[in-house]
Write a protein that binds this ligand. Structure first.
Ligand code: HEC
Ligand code: HEC
Ligand code: HEC
Ligand code: HEC
Ligand code: HEC
Length: 182
C-alpha cells in the first residue's frame, strides 16, 4: 500500500478494479462467444410488412440472389420507389422519407460475412439447388424488426464450416476442401 493511502480507500479501489474486470470480461465474452458485436441498421426495417402485406418478392430488394454470388442489400434507390413520398402512418416510415429527402444513402449492414477465401454463391444454392431462403436464413422475412445477429448461420466463425458440411453431408454434396477453399 502506498504511503498515506488509507486501507479503506484502497479497498474501494479494489472493488472498482474487480467491477472493471467483470465489465470488460462481459464485453469480451459477448464479442467472442457470440461472434461479434450486435449489428445496427440505419432504419428499423420491417420485412413482414413488405413481404406479406405488400407482397414484394425477395428479388425486389435482394437483386442478385438468383444469379450472383452475393444476394445484395437494397439502398436509397430501391426504397425511393415508394418512400420518396410518405407511406403509412408509422414514425419509422416517416423517418425513411425524411432521410431520403436529406440524400441519405440508407446503407444497411450485413449480419455476417464469410471470409474472402471461402467460395459461396447464391446462384448455386438458390437457382440450381432450389433451396429455400429459410434453410440458411430462418424466418427473417417474417420479422418486424431487423435482427442484430444471424438467425441460423452461426455467428461464431469456428462453427460455420460445420453448418455448411452438415447439409452437404445430408444431401450428398461436396465435402472436398477445395470446393469451398479455393
Ligand atoms: C413497393 C413500395 C415500397 C417499397 C419499395 C418500400 N416500402 Fe417501406 N413501406 C411501404 C408502405 C406502403 C408502407 C406502409 C405500410 C403500412 O403502414 O401498413 C411501408 C412501411 C415501411 C416502414 C414502417 C414499418 C412499420 O413497422 O410500420 C419502414 C421502416 C419502411 N417501410 C422501410 C422501407 C425501407 C428501408 C425500404 C427500402 C429498403 C422500403 N421500405 C421499401 C412501401 C414500400
Ligand atoms: C423492401 C425490401 C426488402 C424485401 C422485399 C426483402 N428484404 Fe430482406 N432485407 C431488406 C433490408 C433493408 C435488409 C437489412 C435490414 C434487416 O436485416 O432487416 C434485409 C436483410 C435481409 C437478410 C439478412 C442478410 C444478412 O446480412 O445476413 C436476409 C437473409 C433477407 N433480407 C432475406 C429476405 C428474404 C428471404 C426475402 C423474401 C421473402 C426478403 N429478404 C425480402 C430489404 C428487403
Ligand atoms: C441447406 C443445405 C446447404 C447448405 C447449408 C450449404 N450448401 Fe452448399 N450446396 C448445397 C447443394 C444442394 C449444392 C448443389 C447445388 C446444385 O448445383 O444443384 C451445393 C453446392 C455447393 C458448392 C459447389 C460444390 C461443387 O461441387 O463445386 C459449393 C462451393 C458450396 N455448396 C459451398 C457452400 C458453403 C461455403 C456453405 C456454407 C456457408 C454451404 N455450401 C452451405 C446445399 C447446401
Ligand atoms: C445455402 C445457404 C443459403 C441459402 C439457401 C440462401 N442464402 Fe443468403 N446467404 C448465405 C450466406 C453464406 C451468406 C453470406 C455470404 C458472404 O458473406 O459472402 C448470405 C448472405 C445473404 C444476404 C446478405 C447480403 C449478401 O449478398 O451477402 C442476403 C440479403 C441474403 N443472403 C438473402 C437470401 C435470400 C433472399 C435467399 C433465398 C432466395 C437466400 N439468401 C438463400 C447463405 C444462403
Ligand atoms: C462446404 C464448404 C466447405 C468445405 C467442403 C470445407 N470448408 Fe473449411 N470452412 C468453410 C467455411 C464456411 C468456413 C468459415 C469461414 C468464415 O470464417 O467465415 C471454413 C473454415 C475453415 C477453417 C478455419 C477454421 C476456423 O475455426 O476459423 C479451416 C482451417 C478449414 N475450413 C479447413 C478445411 C479443410 C481442411 C477442409 C477439407 C477437409 C474444409 N475446410 C472443407 C467451408 C468449407
Amino acid at each position: 500500500m502506498p504511503r498515506g493511502e488509507s486501507p479503506r480507500r484502497s479497498g474501494r479501489h479494489g472493488i472498482a478494479l474487480i467491477l472493471a474486470v467483470l465489465f470488460i470480461g462481459t464485453v469480451l465474452f459477448r464479442v467472442f462467444a457470440t461472434g461479434g458485436a450486435a449489428v445496427v441498421q440505419p432504419i428499423a426495417f420491417n420485412h413482414l410488412k413488405h413481404t406479406r402485406d405488400l407482397q414484394l418478392t425477395c428479388e425486389f430488394c435482394h437483386e442478385y440472389v438468383r444469379d450472383g454470388a452475393h444476394a445484395g442489400l437494397p439502398g436509397a434507390e430501391t426504397c425511393s420507389v415508394c418512400h420518396r413520398v410518405p407511406q403509412g402512418t408509422s414514425e419509422e416510415a416517416a423517418r425513411v422519407t425524411e432521410l431520403l429527402s436529406d440524400g441519405d444513402p440508407l446503407r444497411f449492414n450485413k449480419l455476417f460475412r464469410l471470409r474472402d477465401d471461402v467460395y459461396f454463391t447464391h446462384r448455386r444454392h438458390v437457382a440450381l439447388g432450389g433451396l429455400e431462403c429459410q434453410s440458411c436464413h430462418g424466418d427473417i422475412a417474417e420479422m418486424e424488426r431487423p435482427p442484430t445477429r444471424p438467425i441460423i448461420i452461426p455467428s461464431k466463425r469456428s462453427d460455420r464450416m460445420g453448418f455448411c458440411l452438415d447439409c452437404h453431408r445430408e444431401v450428398g454434396e461436396s465435402l472436398d476442401c477445395n470446393a469451398c477453399h479455393r
